[in-house]
Design a protein. Structure first.
Length: 219
């Protein structure tokens, strides 16, 4: 009896596969490839669907769903999973990278955007919660080659260093000035309290907001 036959008898079915020209490795490779077929074929089935209603409640998911937003004045339709944050959608779906992903925990304010006129942390708002809403990002503040007066005030007052927090501060400051065109020092502190600057440029930030306000009051 040859060594190959003896080895085949010890390994039973695996030996039968080898005699048929099919190794365990190639069998597993083939099985894995076959397992991928339904996933690939099912790609179109996983395409975004519109939210549905059950018992009067709007149901999203579990896969991507079609959502409508007005972003920087432009109607947009996106496909987002129920777990996707507004920051995910803005940066990865719409290519708007002005809102920064820094802490990603709703504490630093670098991802601040306006949702229906209110400053919010985009990393802490689900896209489905913003469905039908109006979103304004830092990209909408001053376009082209001309700086918005608020942005110019940031430059003139040295209100930025590393730049990671700057977009969030600009958006938060715009919300503040929209509500209080000539804010008091207390209103400036309150309006910027949700944003954190690791470089510590708070004096410059306060001066910039005060200068951008009507009348350029002190802060």
């Amino acid at each position: 009896m040859t060594d190959d036959v003896k080895r085949d008898e010890r390994h039973g079915d695996g030996a039968e596969a080898r005699r048929a020209g099919l190794s365990r490795r190639s069998f597993l490779r083939g099985s894995a490839a076959a397992g991928l077929v339904p996933l690939i074929a099912g790609g179109t089935a996983a395409a975004a669907e519109a939210p549905r209603r059950e018992h009067g409640a709007r149901i999203y998911g579990p896969g991507p769903v079609k959502l409508k937003l007005t972003v920087n004045g432009e109607p947009r339709e996106v496909a987002a999973e129920p777990r996707a944050t507004l920051l995910d959608t803005l940066r990865e779906e719409l290519g708007l990278t002005g809102a920064k992903r820094v802490c990603d925990r709703g504490t630093c304010g670098a991802c601040t955007v306006l949702l229906d006129g209110r400053p919010v942390y985009a990393c802490s708002v689900l896209t489905v919660a913003a469905h039908g809403g109006t979103v304004e990002t830092v990209e909408a503040i001053g376009g082209g080659r001309t700086l918005h007066p608020l942005q110019a005030a940031f430059v003139e007052n040295d209100a930025q260093q590393c730049g990671f927090c700057t977009p969030g501060f600009v958006v938060a400051a715009k919300a503040l000035l929209d509500a209080h065109p000539r804010p008091t020092p207390e209103q400036v502190l309150d309006g910027l309290s949700g944003n954190f600057c690791r470089c510590g440029t708070y004096d410059g930030l306060k001066r910039a907001v005060a200068a951008a306000g009507k009348g350029g009051g002190d802060a």
